[in-house]
Write a protein that binds this ligand. Sequence first.
Ligand SMILES: Nc1ncnc2c1ncn2[C@@H]1O[C@H](COP(=O)(O)OP(=O)(O)OP(=O)(O)O)[C@@H](O)[C@H]1O
Ligand SMILES: [Mg+2]
Length: 368
Amino acid sequence: MLVTRLSFENFRNLEDSSIQPVPGVNIVYGSNAQGKTNLLEAFWFFTGGRSFRGAKDAETVAFGAQKAVLKLEFTAAGREQEAELSIARRRSAVLNGVPQKAASHLAGQFCAVVFSPAHLSLIKDGPEGRRRFLDAAYCQIRPGYIRVLTEFQRTLTQRNALLKDLRAGMGDGRLLDIWDERLAASGAQVYAARTAYIRRLAKPAEEIYAGLAGGRESFSLRYESSAGEEGISPEQARERLYEKLHGSHDADLAAGFTTVGPHRDDLTVEISGLSARTYASQGQQRSAVLALKLAEASVLREVTGEQPVALLDDVMSELDVSRQDYILNHIHDWQVFLTCCDPSAVMRLSAGRAFHVERGRIREETIA
Ligand SMILES: Nc1ncnc2c1ncn2[C@@H]1O[C@H](COP(=O)(O)OP(=O)(O)OP(=O)(O)O)[C@@H](O)[C@H]1O
Ligand SMILES: [Mg+2]
C-alpha cells in the first residue's frame, strides 16, 4: 500500500491543494491547531472507517462550504488506483471510476492503521476497549467472524432477558440451561478467535516494543478468559464455559445478568512482567499502544500481502529521543505519516519528506 497523492477541497481548515508523499516516513509538523490531525483524518476516511476522533461526517466539511472532496492516488494489489470521496451530510465513494454503494465499501481496498492519543485508553482503561480491539482486528483478517460475534451477542442478550424475567418471578427456569449451551457454543468460537489472533499478534508486537525500548524491556500479551488458560481446544473451551455458566446460575440470578463469559474477558499487556494498565509510565503506555497498532498492521500484511499505511497522530510526545529515533528512522518498508509539533524532529529524520502545516496551508520540504 503506497499513497502517491492526496488532494482535498473544502476539507476542514485545509486550504485546497494536494500533497505527494514519499514511500518512507512523512512528517507533518506545525504548531497546535494548524490542521495536522485534519490531514491524517483525510487519509483515514479512505479506509471506509469512521473518524478516529469521533467526528460526524458533516463536521469535516469546511465551514461555509456544502461539500468536501478528497482524492487519493495509491498503489495496491500491484496496480495504480484512484479513490474519490465526497462528504456532505454523508460520504459517497468512487473507486477507479466506479461509484460504490457505500463509502464503507472502500474497506479492504485502502488499508491503514491509526494511532491517536485517544487510543491510550487501550492500555489505561477497562477491558472493553481491549476486547473491541481484538474483535475488530480479527474481523479484518476473517470477515466471517462478525457473524460469530453477532450470534454470541444475541444469545447473551436473550440469556440476560431470561435472567431478568426469572428475577421478576416470570419465565421458565428450565430454559436457562438451553441458553447456557448456546452461549457456551458461540462463546467458545469467540474464545478461539481471540486467542488465535493474540498468538499471531504477540511476535510482531514484542519485536516492535523491543525496538522502541532498545531491548531494555520485555513485552507480553495474555488472554485472561473465563474459559480457562490459553492453549485449550475450542471443544474444551466450550465445555469449560458451559460448566462456568451452569455453575453461576445463583450469581447470575442475583445480578440479573450473565456474570461469566467472553464478554468479561481481557487482554493483559505486561511490560517486563508488570501489568501495563497498573504500572506502565506514560512513555511505556504510548510504546505499548504503538506496538499493538503496528503489530496489527503487520498481521494484516501477512494475511493480505499488503502493508497498511501507518497514520501516527502525536505519537512522539512523552517519548524519549531513542524511542523517537526508532519511529523516525527504523520502521522500514512502511509508509508512515506522523504528526508532531516539534520541528527538531525533522532534523533528526534521516530520509523522508516533511510537510509544514500553517493555518491549513501545507508546504512540502525534502530532507537531504
Ligand atoms: N469543518 C471545519 N472547517 C474549518 N475549520 C475546521 C473544521 N473542523 C475543524 N477545523 C479547525 O481546524 C483546526 C486545526 O485542527 P487540527 O486538529 O488538525 O489541529 P492540529 O494541527 O492537529 O493541532 P494539535 O497540534 O493541537 O493537535 C482547528 O482549530 C479547528 O478549528
Ligand atoms: Mg492534532
